[in-house]
Write a new protein. Structure first.
Lengths: 432, 294
């Protein structure tokens, strides 16, 4: 009797325990890599935005329908080999069922990983690269089905600037445009598309000048542009406000007095205001994010919900870094960098949740979620939604810099901002 | 024709700054037979020291400039004392290799302290731009050329018109003999490194004033290599000539060759020229030809 009771009780206990034990839910694992340090620049802001964003996603953000994301963050130091090695390491260590999404930031890493990501691992990969070669007509979803870019290609950025010139050119005759580009893969990226488009819409590209990062002088380049009678100069392929950008803008402002200086995404930023100062005044540039980070920061307009969110996040989670002056290397020098890290966290949560909602939380499920994504990115594009059918977020806006020097104590300091002069433009819907 | 003058003028002005970089390598080489590969990093260090005094502490330029140079000289002396002095009497190759290590070490320290972003750099020097129709020489490069030339002359005066300069020259001729005559070779080496650091700082400040200052600016130091190899490793006049040749070469190639579609040739041209010069004159245009018995 006792024995039967014992067996019965054990059975009930075992069944109860089995019922109480949750079905072993698989983890959701994500790898992100940003260039946060290294020879090109120390940009920890990428990581800060991402860390704060992912912590929020797993906490107040509710995770993926309540499930937490196990995320890994690596600093690949602008080195594609490090980016590739990191990815290989995680692929070897993590199970395919759990490792659902990876992100990167430069074209240099996309190229060597193309086969590994798209044919072998078949894992969705979000990237900061704007490479026309990878995401333009010659690349894109048919060639790289698992690659997704978080911005419009350089080709589209250059074309939209040319389109703006065409629509706003007031002087007689065809608009005369000079191109300055860096001797890098991204400096040359998009140029053939831009030249073909300029020809199509009747713009004369009167000069194409390669201008190196290590330049100590831009007089020759500017004199060539002056001689070619360029009315617009598009400066393309220089990340951040590097020394050569300051040299070019300082020289161009003196040599090319009536010429409209323009540029692509990475020249349209806050650091350029601080480094080029008055020489940056009047600059017109295209960007794939809302660059609303004024100098001083307190004067930043907050009408864009995503900008507002990024500033709120930074103030809440990084109050010291947010307040510190730009000279402090541990400060948030440009809110774009912080916002960029944050946008990665938000899109990761969005697509994983969409995949989970469709009942397929796998790599293929995440890919389907990305392919079907129609989203306003928390209001980042003025309420406009985009779809990922081209595997790029095809949104762009054109901005104009307004910079004024004001006296602060003994010294003159720059104040100003980069303000939108167009609505958000969807390149997939633009009639080129 | 105006294009040619423009290219020649622009090249000359930048070339004078390169000459100063070359001079700093030459005087160190003459004193110790070591090649200072950390010239770019010394340049950025000096520029940041000036930056702190002028832009952060708001000293007036006329005071900040000599103070910045003095700080750069002190930094150079400190580096010499810690890293170069222990190698006196050993092979110059050891010193040269130490400077390679120094380049990495200084760059890492600078990134740690100042980060890798650019710092705005505007010296409000009087505007002396020359704008004559198709010819335009901007104020900043003109000032750079003038200050580089003045510094060059100052170093020449120090070397050829002062007792310390005489001691430096004696030491560079033969360290052992100089010491036998009671010259303190250690002190001479210290002075040479300090003077060299101060002069590199002048070049760094001028180059930063063209654009901005960042730790990445150290890449400009590489220009000093073709300068001294073309001019001659042990020739002060050669450094001047080498700098001007490299500056003009870059400028002419930028003005005439690159527009023909050979983009990027401006960057490579000084090295091609270097190759040609070294093939014809292995010791450079003005370097001392050494005949060694084998």
């Amino acid at each position: 009797m006792n024995r039967k009771l014992l067996v019965g009780l054990s059975l009930i206990l075992s069944i109860s325990l089995l019922a109480l034990t949750p079905v072993s839910a698989k983890d959701i694992k994500v790898l992100s890599q940003f260039p946060m340090s290294g020879p090109v620049g120390a940009l920890p802001e990428f990581g800060w935005g991402y860390i704060d964003g992912m912590n929020w996603v797993n906490g107040e953000g509710g995770g993926v329908n309540g499930k937490k994301i196990t995320w890994f963050l690596e600093d690949f130091r602008y080195d594609p080999t490090v980016e590739v090695a990191n990815f290989n390491k995680y692929c070897a260590e993590l199970s395919r069922d759990e490792f659902l999404l990876a992100t990167g930031y430069i074209t240099g890493g996309l190229k060597p990983l193309a086969d590994k990501v798209n044919k072998e691992e078949k894992i969705p990969w979000l990237d900061g690269s704007y490479s026309t070669e990878m995401f333009g007509p010659e690349g894109g979803p048919s060639k790289y089905p698992y690659y997704y870019s978080l911005g419009a290609t350089y080709g589209d950025q250059l074309k939209i600037l040319l389109k703006w010139i065409k629509e706003n050119h007031k002087a007689k005759g065809k608009a005369r445009v000079g191109m300055i580009y860096s001797p890098t893969a991204w400096g040359k990226d998009g140029l053939p598309e831009a030249l073909a488009y300029a020809k199509k819409i009747g713009i004369d590209v009167v000069a194409q000048i390669e201008y190196p990062y290590s330049a100590t002088d831009a007089t020759n380049e500017c004199m060539q542009l002056r001689k070619a009678k360029a009315q617009y100069v598009i400066y393309h392929g220089y990340s951040g406000a590097s020394g050569c950008t300051a040299i070019f803008f300082k020289t161009a402002k003196k040599v090319l007095k009536d010429v409209q200086l323009m540029g692509t995404h990475y020249t349209t930023n806050r650091m350029s205001i601080l480094v080029c100062q008055e020489a940056y005044n009047g600059y017109i540039g295209v960007a794939t994010r809302p660059f609303l980070d004024a100098v001083p920061r307190s004067k930043s307009p907050m009408d864009n919900p995503m900008t507002k969110l990024a500033h709120e996040f930074a103030q809440k989670y990084r109050p010291e870094e947010y307040k510190r002056g730009v000279k402090d290397k541990d400060s948030i020098k440009d809110m774009f960098l912080y916002l960029e890290g944050l946008t990665y966290a938000l899109i990761i949560q969005k697509v994983l949740t969409d995949a989970d909602n469709s009942g397929d939380l796998s790599r293929e499920g995440v890919k389907k979620a990305l392919d079907n994504l129609v989203w306003d990115y928390k209001g980042m594009f003025g309420g406009k939604k985009f779809s990922y059918k081209s595997h790029t977020i095809p949104m762009m806006q054109i901005f104009k810099a307004e910079v004024k020097m004001v006296k602060m104590g003994e010294t003159m300091v720059p104040t100003g901002s980069v303000n939108p002069i167009t609505d958000w433009i969807n390149s997939d819907e633009t009639k080129w | 024709m105006s294009d040619l003058f423009q290219a020649l003028g622009s090249g000359l002005l930048v070339g004078l700054v390169y000459s100063l970089l070359g001079l700093c390598i030459v005087i160190v080489y003459k004193a110790s037979e070591a090649f200072n590969f950390a010239v770019g990093e010394f340049m950025v260090t000096g520029s940041f020291l000036f930056y702190i005094i002028f832009f952060d502490l708001h000293f007036p330029f006329l005071l900040a400039f000599p103070l910045g140079l003095a700080a750069a000289a002190a930094a150079g002396a400190l580096i010499e004392t810690v890293t170069i002095r222990p190698l006196i009497g050993r092979s110059p190759i050891a010193m040269t290799i130490i400077t390679l290590g120094l380049a990495f070490f200084i760059r890492a320290c600078l990134q740690l302290i100042f980060g890798s972003h650019s710092y705005s750099f505007f010296l409000e020097l009087p505007d002396i731009s020359i704008d004559a129709g198709e010819l335009l020489f901007l104020s900043d490069p003109l000032w750079a050329g003038i200050l580089a030339l003045l510094t060059f002359c100052l170093v020449m005066f120090f070397l050829f018109r002062t007792r310390w300069g005489l001691a430096v020259r004696a030491t560079s001729e033969n360290q052992a003999k100089a010491m036998a005559f009671g010259i303190n070779a250690k002190m001479i080496l210290l002075i040479v490194w300090a003077a060299s650091s101060a002069c590199i700082a002048v070049a760094g400040i001028m180059i930063s004033n063209f654009g901005a200052l960042s730790t990445m600016s150290s890449i400009v130091g590489l220009r000093a290599i073709p300068v001294v190899l073309i001019g001659g490793m042990d020739s002060i006049g050669g450094a001047l000539a080498g700098g001007i040749i490299v500056g003009i070469c870059e400028s002419l190639v930028g003005a005439y060759i690159e527009p023909m579609g050979l983009t990027g040739s401006k960057e490579v041209a000084p090295y091609i020229l270097l190759l040609a010069v070294v093939l014809i004159r292995p010791y450079g245009l003005f370097g001392t030809v050494r005949i060694e018995r084998v």
